[in-house]
Write a protein that binds this ligand. Structure first.
Ligand code: NDP
Length: 418
């Protein structure tokens, strides 16, 4: 089902159209489509204009340059299934700060107005849909003719190779990591850039920014800041360490993140809800708390692995399982599984605050329309599916050790319920 959703470019365009041109009302868009059918969809589908391509090209080139040129600490990723250890340059925070300061600077000094991005948003999404497809063809060909490491291979089926990808760590040259670019520097960075864009658009149209928009933007920026702060940790998660660079993940990062993940802010541009200071503050604090807990879950697991279990978890020595497994090259290795702290509450507790944070940056839109909540619902389905996928993968990797973990920590996501 998720795969079908990510394969659904018309949905991206319809969501944008509904938010920007149909007052956020799904029924208004539905009536329009009922009346005009496929021709109506073609009619509202924006063509990728030269302006849209220029905006995307400048942004992508800028982010690629920052990724390559900014200094950063050398970080080693986790051992891959083929026994390789990819090396990265951790300069995400610097790239994030330079990006936002440059964007604000361009606006402040009248060099580039971010409202241009909002005004061409449909064309930009349309160009991204097309461009990411071409980019994935490039990845497919590269996987066949010039793989960057032994963590690559064909399933023998063209469609599966294109969809799931061929390479785990594709690179251009030795240093330009393609997944760091698509997932972090293009996808996640665009989330922050678009959140700021929506805020500026509302300011330029109304002369002020509503408290609902402020809460939404601040929470999204705190979330993305947390992401870049922890970016090196992200390089050892499923997206990077297990999912290959194919259409599934690249399309998600290049199209789905900029359009769907930012959509509550897109809605608020034309719906400046006034919450009042007290309610706005409650939502803001609750959202920040959830983002912090999500961060702390990831940090706890990482710190535990980094110190080989020689750390304190919630003030006590951690309880753990030493799990051995065999790599695809036949080597036997050990991993530690944490069974206390957040990781003792449930096996994927970190998804609870992740979903709640998304709820808190969406709820300022209140409940007049369903569409702003689409991302929260999508995320809930995504993470429940992901928890199952991850459990299945860990079960086949760790065998009896995973079974022991499941006996010790029986709930998958919500303690006491699921
Ligand atoms: P993680 O990769 O962080 O965690 C899962 C992996 O951790 C497992 O595959 C296993 O890998 C290892 N592991 C599992 N249990 C334990 C344990 N008890 N102790 C130590 N290691 C363990 O998960 P995600 O990639 O799903 O999540 C990372 C972050 O990204 C989270 O904050 C999540 O909320 C967020 N996220 C956000 C999404 C969004 O769209 N907004 C989507 C997905 C994630 P190993 O093989 O190394 O043992």
């Amino acid at each position: 089902m998720l795969s079908l959703l990510t394969l659904c470019p018309p949905f991206v365009i319809l969501l944008w159209y509904t938010m920007v041109h149909a007052d956020g009302s799904v029924s208004q868009t539905f009536d329009y489509l009922k009346q005009h059918g496929l021709q109506g969809l073609i009619g509202i589908w924006p063509r990728p204009t030269a302006t849209a391509w220029k905006i995307i090209a400048c942004y992508a080139a800028f982010e690629a340059a920052l990724q390559l040129l900014l200094p950063g600490k050398r970080v080693e990723g986790p051992v891959s299934p083929m026994g390789n250890r990819p090396v990265y340059k951790a300069n995400g925070v610097a790239a994030y700060v330079v990006t936002l300061v440059t964007y604000f600077g361009l606006w402040w000094f009248g060099i580039f107005n971010p409202t241009l991005v909002y005004d061409h948003l449909g064309e930009i999404f349309s160009a991204l849909i097309f461009g990411s497809f071409v980019f994935c063809i490039f990845l497919y060909i590269k996987g066949h003719v010039a793989p960057s490491s032994t963590d690559s291979g064909s399933s023998g089926n063209v469609i599966i190779d294109f969809y799931w990808g061929m390479e785990l760590y594709p690179r251009i040259g030795k240093h330009f990591d393609i997944k760091v670019f698509t997932n972090c520097r293009f996808g996640m960075m665009s989330w922050a850039v678009l959140a700021v864009t929506y805020c500026i658009k509302q300011y330029e149209v109304n002369g002020r920014v509503a408290d609902s928009m402020l809460v939404n933007t601040v929470l999204m920026l705190v979330y993305v800041t947390k992401f870049f702060w922890w970016e090196a940790g992200y390089w050892s998660t499923m997206d990077i360490a297990h999912d290959r660079a194919g259409f599934y993940i690249c399309w998600g990062c290049l199209v789905w993140v900029p359009s769907i993940y930012t959509s509550p802010g897109m809605y608020l541009v034309n719906h400046p809800v006034n919450l009042g200071t007290q309610l706005a503050l409650y939502i803001l604090v609750a959202g920040i708390l959830c983002i912090y807990i999500n961060y702390d879950c990831d940090r706890q697991r990482q710190e535990f692995r980094r110190t080989n279990g020689k750390c304190l978890v919630w003030g006590k020595p951690p309880s753990k399982i030493v799990a051995s497994y065999t790599t695809t090259s036949g080597e036997t290795k050990n991993s530690l599984l944490l069974t206390s702290g957040w990781w003792g509450l449930s096996r994927h507790f970190h998804y609870v605050p992740e979903i709640l944070s998304a709820f808190f940056w969406t709820v300022p839109a209140l409940f007049n329309h369903f569409l702003p909540f689409f991302y929260v619902i999508f995320l809930t389905i995504l993470l429940f599916d992901r928890a199952k996928r991850d459990d299945d993968r860990c079960r086949s990797k760790y065998g009896k050790y995973w079974k022991t973990y499941c006996e010790k920590v029986p709930y998958r996501i919500i303690p006491g319920i699921y």
